[in-house]
Design a protein around this ligand. Structure first.
Ligand code: BDR
Ligand code: CA
Length: 310
């Protein structure tokens, strides 16, 4: 089984990523970490616990992480996730509390205690937590398994500014440090996640399942569908964060290209842009940029897992 930590800011699509991971027996889910991003960290921490409760996975601890970016004012993407962060899902105070202790300490302890290279990290929000943990424990980058991150904009352009994607833009300084750290990174930028769209037929397939987890995912997607039509004018909303978990489960659903990624931190205009250099030695490259995703394959996986199937 693949050991995994998820770092997230739920967030409608984070919530679906969590549901997919919770429903996947080949993942040994060590912990969920939260970060301020789409909504403030108190809400992302509550939301992660709501999703955990719906999935009946209270065996997995949830740790609250950083509330603010390293050097910027906290932003927010409430317009795409609703004020509470979970769209049209009804929020409630979950039964099980947060785990004690700080997220960065827990992340470091888990990675350092397990065999080298064995703990993967799915990053679904701004990279603040990982940057802080790496600063506190410089051996972390070499010790981590693959970091599978949702973030970055290249040929598709950005979604928060013309040149940047939200997760990287929200804390560009943290992202710059993580990309420069030397850890192995699989990067699901908008080039790939925009190919994974919640079409009407795919939402209906989830609604038809009868399973509470599939129904939850469908309700979240109905909100994204409405917002995407309203704000962006797209008929089908992209499903970003679950691509990280889907890659760990079914890497053949994606195509990756070896590269070296650097993040713009100086300019306001291009803040958080990911500069992707493909002229690298494929054997030694530490970064891998997703250039293609099988959207139907990702949704089939989601429907099967959340519907209680294969
Ligand atoms: C990313 O930004 C957030 O709003 C989503 O949850 C996703 O992680 C997409 O750009
Ligand atoms: Ca997210």
């Amino acid at each position: 089984r693949q050991s995994l930590i998820i770092d997230c800011d739920p967030g409608v699509d984070d919530a679906i990523g969590l549901l997919l991971a919770f429903a996947s027996p080949e993942l040994d889910l060590k912990a969920i970490m939260t970060v301020g991003g789409n909504v403030p960290v108190a809400r992302t921490s509550r939301n992660a616990r709501i999703i955990r409760q719906i999935a009946e996975r209270e065996d997995v601890p949830v740790f609250a992480g950083a509330g603010v970016p390293l050097r910027r004012e906290p932003a927010g993407a409430g317009e795409f996730h609703g004020a509470e962060g979970l769209g049209w899902l009804e929020v409630f105070e979950p039964d099980a509390p947060l785990a004690d202790g700080h997220e960065a300490d827990a992340l470091t302890r888990i990675v350092m205690d397990e065999p080298e290279g064995s703990v993967a990290l799915a990053l679904m929000g701004p990279m603040t937590n990982l940057a802080l943990a790496m600063k506190a424990e410089p051996r972390l980058a070499a010790r981590m398994g693959p970091v599978v991150a949702m973030g970055g904009a290249r040929s598709e352009g950005g979604n928060i500014t013309p040149s940047a994607e939200f997760n990287i833009w929200a804390d560009p300084d943290a992202a710059a440090e993580v990309f420069a750290s030397g850890c192995e990174m699989i990067v699901m930028g908008l080039d790939a996640t925009h190919q994974v769209r919640a079409t009407e037929a795919r939402i209906v397939a989830l609604e038809a399942s009868g399973d509470a987890r599939a129904a939850t995912a469908a309700r979240l997607l109905r909100f994204s569908q409405a917002i995407e039509r309203d704000i962006v004018g797209w008929d089908a909303a992209p499903l970003h964060d679950p691509c990280t978990v889907a890659w760990l489960l079914r890497p053949e659903l994606f195509r990756l290209a070896p590269c070296r990624i650097a993040v713009e931190t100086e300019s306001e205009l291009t803040r958080g842009h990911t500069a992707v250099e493909f002229r690298v030695d494929g054997e030694t490259a530490r970064h891998h940029w997703a250039t293609w995703a099988d959207g139907q394959g990702v949704f089939d996986l989601l429907a099967a897992r959340l519907g209680g199937g294969e």
